[in-house]
Design a protein around this ligand. Sequence first.
Ligand SMILES: Nc1ncnc2c1ncn2[C@@H]1O[C@H](COP(=O)(O)OS(=O)(=O)O)[C@@H](OP(=O)(O)O)[C@H]1O
Length: 338
Amino acid sequence: MARGGAPPASSSGSEPLPRRALRKLLLVLGSLLMSLYASYCLAGAARVLARDPAPILVEQAEEVAGTPRDPLMQSQPGGEGNKRLPQAVIVGVKKGGTRALLEFLRVHPDVRAAGAEPHFFDRSYGRGLAWYRDLMPRTLDGQITMEKTPSYFVTKEAPARIAAMSKGTKLIVVVRDPVTRAISDYTQTLSKKPDIPTFESLTFKNRTTGLIDTSWSAIQIGIYAKHLENWLLYFPIGQILFVSGERLISDPAGELGRVQDFLGLKRIITDKHFYFNKTKGFPCLKKAEGSSKPHCLGKTKGRTHPNIDQKVVQRLREFYRPFNMKFYQMTGQDFGWD
Ligand SMILES: Nc1ncnc2c1ncn2[C@@H]1O[C@H](COP(=O)(O)OS(=O)(=O)O)[C@@H](OP(=O)(O)O)[C@H]1O
């Protein structure tokens, strides 16, 4: 009898035929299960690799983001449109009014934005551009993909990394009086940690001499001219739009007009889209994106600030003045903070 064929009833002497046949059957079933399990594991590994690919080297990134043949630009199965890397990013500043700007911009039919802050260029760069792109909403041709992460503005590596993704990325910075911004920043921290020292004591290295503690992030972030210098090493000034956080509140439609022009969008968002909500004390949308209901920003936007010693406020104004002047000069805009 050939190998592998059914053995004669007496070939092993003692074992009866049904038991041996059963053993063979179990062996065959066992190896079948093993190979099924192995292929399942291999497929799993492939899925993990596809979800979390190796980080893309900075040198490769520009090529990756800009080439149409690039897999990052290819369409995604299931769903309308494609996920694309953002063509415009709101890079700052923290507490400047970045959420208000993004919420207002989303009303535009040609703007689609990531909801949460991706923090890719500061915290998650190692995950690679494919990971970043996956956080983006799908867009149709002609629509702009956007995101906002205010901490990018003060992240040393962010300008080079964004330029490596695409040198053509449009950047938007919402700026606000650095003194009010610092108090707003402090108010946010206080809401999470009520036991922190007073704003006044954190402001100074030495209160008697009036020496400001520039290492405190609430103070540091407001030195806009210094941070901007870092961006200008990688982007021309014309590729950065500076939005006034104050005017975003007093005249949202006016600021949105400038933003739409900068992004090359038709001016669709106008004063008809806003109303002033007296209870909130801020402009709100008559209709939010994808809804017919009025929409104000949440409770964490527009908090009541604690009263700060006016002498400390004055000292901070003096401290920021030269930096503000430099910033006006660099941007060609007077924000009227002095
Ligand atoms: N329309 C509207 N509604 C509510 N709040 C508005 C609006 N426009 C601008 N602002 C101001 O936005 C400030 C918060 O800024 P950000 O969204 O950039 O903050 S964050 O960095 O994302 O935490 C927030 O700061 P605080 O007032 O200190 O809370 C607001 O002053």
